[in-house]
Design a protein around this ligand. Sequence first.
Ligand SMILES: Nc1ncnc2c1ncn2[C@@H]1O[C@H](COP(=O)(O)OP(=O)(O)OP(=O)(O)O)[C@@H](O)[C@H]1O
Length: 321
Amino acid sequence: MIHARGLTRKFAVKRETVDAVRGIDLDVEAGRLVAVLGPNGAGKSTTLRMLTTLLPPTSGTATVAGRDIVADPAGVRARIGYVGQKNGAGENFRVRDELVTQGRCYGLTRAEADRRADEVLDRLELRPLAARRPGTLSGGQRRRLDIALGLVHRPGLLFLDEPTTGLDPQSRADVWEHILRLRAEYGTTILLTTHYLEEADTMAERVVVIDHGRIIADGTAARLKNDLAGDQVTITVHDAADTARAVAVAGRIAAPDGVSAEGVTVRLRVPRADAALPEYLRALEAAGVKAVTAEISRPTLDDVFLALTGRTLREGEGAAA
Ligand SMILES: Nc1ncnc2c1ncn2[C@@H]1O[C@H](COP(=O)(O)OP(=O)(O)OP(=O)(O)O)[C@@H](O)[C@H]1O
C-alpha cells in the first residue's frame, strides 16, 4: 500500500534550512494498522503530508495506493483518506450535509454521495448528530466527524494525523474503538501519528519510531521492548551507605550502563527481571544489605525511546501540553 524510499523534506526558514525529514524508507502492506510515534518536531506530520501529496518531497520517491506521489498526486488523493490535525468540517453545513458535500468533492453523484454519507454516519455512530452543526459537537464527536469525512469516498488507505490529541481519555478510547472497528470490518489500511505512548503500544500492530526526521525503530511494540529496552528491577534500601553497596552488587548482575541510583532507590535494567530479582536479593543479603522494597516492571515504549536516544518521549509530551 505504501512504498517510500529516501524521502526527505527541507524547509527554508529565514536563512536557515530545517531538515524536517532526512531519508525515510517505509513499506506498509494492505490491511495494516501502523502507528508513527515520535516527539514534537520529529517529522511525523511532514512525512504524512508528503505521502498524502499535500507537500512535495525535496528528494526521494514513494508510491501510495499504487500511484506515484509526484507523478500522479491526483491518483493518490482519489484512493486515500486524510484526516489532518485541524478539524476538517466547516461551520456552514450540518453534519450530514458536510459529508454529502465532501462526497461530491470526490466526484460522486448526488445519489452516491447521499448513500455514502449515510453509510459513514452509521459506521461512526454519528446518525443522532446528523442535523447538528459541527461547532456544537464535543471534541470526540468532532474527531469522529473528521474521520467520517476522510472515509466518504471509501478509501482503502486512511492517514490520521494525531487523531486523539487534545481529547479527554474517554473520547480517546471512543475514537480508538471506531478506528479499530473500521479496520476489522472493512480491512482499511491505517497509518496514524501519535505521541501517546500507550496508544501506540496497545492499539497498533506495528510501531514506527521517528526522531529528528529518521526512522530509528520499526517493529511490533513487544519486539521493540524486548530487543531494545529490557526489564527493570527497582529496590529501595535504608540509607546512602546501603545505596552505594547495592550499586556495587548490582554491577555483578546488570551491565554498567544498566545500573542507576537516586537517593535510596537503585534500578537495574536486565533482560529478565523475574530471574534477576531473586539473584540480586541473594547477592545483597550476602553483602549485608537489606532491601526495604523490591519490584520488577516490564519496559514501556518510552524506555525503548530512552534506550535509543538518551531522551524520554514524555519530556516531549510535557512540552506539547
Ligand atoms: N511549513 C514549514 N516551514 C518550516 N518548518 C517546518 C514546516 N513544517 C514543519 N516544519 C519543521 O519541520 C520539523 C518537523 O515538523 P513536523 O510537523 O513534521 O513534526 P511532528 O513530528 O509532526 O511534530 P508534532 O508532533 O508537533 O506535530 C519541525 O522542526 C518543524 O518546525
